[in-house]
Design a protein around this ligand. Sequence first.
Ligand code: AMP
Length: 373
Amino acid sequence: MSGRLAGAVLVLNCGSSSLKYRLFDGADTLAHGLVERIGEPGGDAADHGAALGSVLSTLDLTGLAAVGHRVVHGGPDFSAPAVVDDAVVDAVRRLIPLAPLHNPANLAGIEVARRLLPNVPQVAVFDTAFHATMPEATATYAIDVEVARRLRVRKYGFHGTSHAYVSRCAATLLGRPPAEVNVITLHLGNGASACAVHGGRSIATTMGMTPLPGLVMGTRSGDIDPAVVFHLHRVGGMSIDEIDNLLNRDGGLRGLAGENDMRAVLRRRSEGDAAATLAFDVYCTRIKQYVGAYLALLGRLDAIAFTAGVGENAPVVRAAALAGLAGLGIAVDPDRNARAEPVISPPGSPVTVCVIPTDEEFEIAEQTRHALA
Ligand code: AMP
């Protein structure tokens, strides 16, 4: 046995037609990769079983301690990672109605891994779990309580592993324990959400029962008057599926500017394109609104942390989202911002603004180890 792999953790992130994997030994990555177009003609594998089988055949799994699975929706059932047994599998299956696109793929990954690695413990790490600490006052929708209870309608939030990881890193950057630090984390990727983290615990986040609300995203509208849905149906004659597409897949930057990639929007904006300029303004203004809202909820703010594709790579978005907030103790230093230094606020700022690359897979590996410890 090669002691090298003792305590190794394999992290699996299964999408409907993809399988992403990363093998960790402590913080070191031993192997990583992506199988794509699973089940599609000309794809890399016929199903998730074949995909994982071929991945496993390439890896040296001597001493593998655990497999950690990303699971998108833990519903009301999971407020922490769960060591997988039959009851956990059944619970993830019962949650499919809350996440019809994601949970079936996550479940397929769990079932295949249990079959192919029967003697290795498996842990499910939920995107929603970090937000289980939200108080009822921010998690509750003001609708008939009986309907809400029966259909499990409430705010769950997502990107939890990223918000957990980034808020902890922000505390480290400040040299203080997470329990003493209040942070607003801004996860700005293709999907995007903000989170108010009070002393290491999520107290509010912009995504809801589903990932649709909150910030403007690549293809999701974010916040919208819910009555627009009635209007589109009754007056516009659109079906529920068409409206679902309009808001979830053809909304956000794509809806406003015709493309979901912020790089393209920024390029067109710099050339004076009006649609791209409006898309940028709506995107950044929405972030600013939530920074203000979460500052009020937190009462005292120590740090704002930008992360994910846009948050880590787009200085112009960071600057615009926080412009004009000096009165709230929030400022961005142009040079530090352009260089994407870890801290981009000027020295001595009341609120430390930082850029922290997220690492959801590392966080899943960590939580997997903790769940088994
Ligand atoms: P993620 O979901 O975290 O992988 O983020 C993906 C998104 O990040 C892409 O769709 C791009 O819109 C955005 N992105 C990546 N690189 C850059 C960049 N250099 N400038 C602006 N946006 C970027």
